[in-house]
Design a protein around this ligand. Structure first.
Ligand code: NAD
Ligand code: DAU
Length: 366
């Protein structure tokens, strides 16, 4: 029975992975290690708090002694590394934390895994180190370019993607040099429950509910390939179970949208949900639908992100052909589920949007 260490499990994708895992493998043992940065939130793990086979450790992946202790005492055989600084805008304003966690932190996990799994007193142990990476390591596509494959050359453009790319190279090197049994997944943009409202989709939902401007960077024609978060988790599961050691697998939604079209879609869906709903009208009096207006009127074009990548798209052929992976959630249903989740979980997003976050966001646009 696998014994997992899930780093960054209190963040958006990590928490969804924990819920996915227990829903599918209720008897497994799973330890979450998370530093609880601004993006980590114990509320994301509330549904599993008291279940058996689960333990939470607050700590930094950069603390090698702590990681070694967990690997030994919990008899961990699988690490799934989600822990990261994940927001591109923050990496532009302050890259240091990205190098510290994404590069040095990941290297630290690798060192601990090597020591306990390869060089331990009892000899080599069965293991897997799965590293969660991103499509941003491949850089930016032109409008007619073929989507990223696993052999697309690395060309990271932001401090965030450069730090993720560095981590990927270290993971690869630990396999090649020391024989650590690794795998890496490079995934496109995720959306779904528990996503921190600095990222495009939850930010737009919450701003509409408050009747606030919807900031669109540049001309709004940048393209992202959106995937429902559960489908990312399922892809990682398949890689852990059936993926080849030492390999990289791209995971994507085959679902490219310009930012402006995504924002318009969310506007229309929220107008539809709010119109004629008295309970929602009472809770969100500033939403345009309650004033006989359209949410689209809030769209505001703002200064572009520095070095803004134009287009990401994933070719997931390898994952499909080798592992039988296909996304199961359609965008139509996934985006509706996501909006419904944010409407039903106002307490969650009010809590995570504390003063320090609002100050930071304000500085972005003032
Ligand atoms: P997130 O920012 O929501 O969560 C990151 C989590 O890592 C938080 O819980 C945070 O507290 C924790 N963390 C940060 N620094 C840490 C440290 N030093 N030690 C321990 N824990 C630490 O991020 P996310 O969107 O859930 O992304 C998870 C992973 O998936 C990241 O590696 C990211 O690069 C990758 N990824 C994200 C997306 C996406 O669309 N969000 C797409 C592809 C890949
Ligand atoms: O592609 C995978 C990546 O997707 C992950 O590796 C990152 O961790 C994740 O944050 C995400 O990066 P993006 O930069 O693509 O996501 P974000 O939600 O920040 O922005 C999506 C697009 O929307 C991007 O082109 C920038 C634009 N944008 C974003 C915000 C927050 C706006 O126009 N306005 C905004 O306010």
């Amino acid at each position: 029975m696998p014994r997992l260490l899930v780093t960054g499990g209190a963040g958006f994708i990590g928490a969804n992975f924990v819920h996915y895992w227990f829903a599918n493998y209720p008897d497994d043992h799973l330890v979450v290690l998370d530093a609880l940065t601004y993006a980590g939130n114990m509320a994301n793990l509330e549904p599993v708090r008291d279940r058996s086979g689960y333990r939470f450790v607050k700590g930094d992946i950069g603390d090698q002694q702590l990681v070694e202790e967990i690997l030994l005492s919990e008899k961990i055989d699988t690490i799934v590394n989600f822990a990261a600084e994940s927001h591109v805008d923050r990496s532009i304003l302050g890259p240091d934390a990205f190098v510290a966690t994404n590069v040095v932190g990941t290297h630290n996990l690798l060192k601990a895994a090597r020591k306990i799994w390869l060089d331990g007193a009892g000899g080599r142990k069965p293991h897997r180190f799965h590293h969660v990476s991103t499509d941003e390591i491949y850089g930016s596509l032109g409008p007619d370019d073929h989507p990223f494959t696993e052999s697309t050359p690395y060309a990271p453009n932001s401090p965030y993607s450069a730090s993720k790319a560095s981590a990927d190279h270290l993971v690869r090197a630990y396999h090649h040099t020391y024989g650590l049994e690794v795998s890496t997944s490079s995934c496109s943009n995720n959306y779904g429950p528990y996503q921190f409202p600095e990222k495009l989709i939850p930010l737009i939902i919450i701003n509409i509910l408050h009747g606030k401007a919807l900031p669109i960077y540049g001309d709004g024609l940048n393209i992202r390939d959106w995937l429902y978060v559960d489908d990312h988790c399922r892809g990682i599961d398949l890689i852990l179970k059936k993926g080849r050691v030492g390999e990289v697998y791209n995971i994507g939604g085959n679902n490219e949208w310009t930012n402006i079209d995504i924002v318009r879609l969310v506007c229309n869906l929220l107008d539809e949900a709010l119109t004629g709903d008295l309970e929602l009208a009472k809770r969100f009096p500033d939403a345009p639908a309650n004033k006989g207006k359209k949410a689209e009127e809030l769209i505001t074009f703002v200064k572009d992100r520095l070095g803004h990548d134009r287009r990401y798209a994933i070719d997931a052929t390898k994952c499909r052909e080798e592992l039988g992976y296909v996304p199961t959630e359609s965008f139509e249903t996934g985006i509706r589920k996501t909006i419904a989740w944010y409407l039903a979980n106002e307490k969650w997003w009010q809590t995570v949007m504390d003063g320090s976050y609002r100050d930071w966001l304000e500085k972005q646009y003032v």
